[in-house]
Write a protein that binds this ligand. Sequence first.
Ligand code: PLP
Length: 426
Amino acid sequence: MNPRERLEELKKKSLTLNMTRGQPGHNQRHVIPRDFYPAALHELGLKIDGIDITNYPVGSPDLKAIQGLPSLRKILAPMVDLDPDLICVNIHESMKLMADYLYRGFVHGVGKDAPPWERGKTKFIVFVPGYDRHFAMLERFGIEMIPVKLTRQNVSDNSFMDRVEELVAGDPQIVGLLGVFRYSNPTGFTFSDAAIKRMAEMKTACPHFRVIHDDAYCVHAFRGKRAEQLSIVTASKEAGNPERGVVFSSLSKIIAAGGTIAFMGANEEYLEFFRSILKIEQITPDKPKQAEIFYFLNNYPGGLNGLMQAHAEELRPRFDAVERVLQEELGESELVKSGKVSWETPDGGYFVSVDVVPGTSPRVIEICKDAGVAFTAASATYPKGMDTEKRNIRLAPSLPEVEEVELATRVFALAVQVAADESNNS
Ligand SMILES: Cc1ncc(COP(=O)(O)O)c(C=O)c1O
């Protein structure tokens, strides 16, 4: 037979072989010691959702699989009230995912038709008091921050949104807003659905305005049920601005900080654009890690809810201790009665926000430091540390033992009084 005839013979076999990509072969797995992968993954047969978790995808990447293992997405998506198809599970930290979102904003734009942002001409709205790492990140990107103050009152009647709407309507360089809308860092405030809707619907001078919700504490209630909240992603879709809402979260404060995964949620209109970028940056996400997390959460008694209840049992006594000591030491004081000192009593999140006598926050921190108790630097809760009133201090009681939280809070409460006395006498 000549080559043509031999080829015709082989074609009769209806071959479906694939030699497109440089993938490690299945037999190569035997070279890897069995205990390299945890037993849980062997129990899953090193496969999940029909996907080989130890290899690249076969042929060209399945674009939906690059969003993360479907079984894991099914567990995580309800955390942010979204459909599993609308989340993308990726690396281990939401901060890095958020930073990547910003990088892409400057390189690719934040949507199919959105031109890349220009350095020096990009502003974001942030809420104060707020999260110091958000501020540091935006600052490093050269993004100007426009602070909008949150108070118990203006969050409960949504009037903080008047200011947000006014700002975004008037300045096309304000391209986005970044904040924690549920159990906010550090105040513990949760925005109402009406506020979320206003963010989704508001008229913005920038045609591709983005609202980024860092939902780091989405299931982190420690007193009763978690705060339900309309998703900014869903609200944006309903408002006819489907690419506007983006949400980020992670398992850092659920399973292991630095050792698990994070995810982003957005509407399909943005995800389609996002996948078109991701598929050239990445061939496959960390599937063994994702499968391990799926296995763990799927087998935990009571699932994710059971796990969060167990965390709540650890956290609640610490937050109760802060409240108890602040009440004991300051509750009946003139400082509190006159409104010069106040604090929030959150039901979730990781912080307690305290406003001390105006002008005294650096001194309070200094007095505590002298007594051997460290708190976040005064004014850290403001962009570039610009708390002009020098009032706000963030307490973080999650790590120390309950007795240590009590002691540290007592030192803090006494320092508040000493600093107030000093400022009266100066
Ligand atoms: C509001 C908020 N967002 C994000 C993070 C960081 O989360 P990750 O570990 O997923 O980057 C933290 C950590 O304290 C946080 O408080």
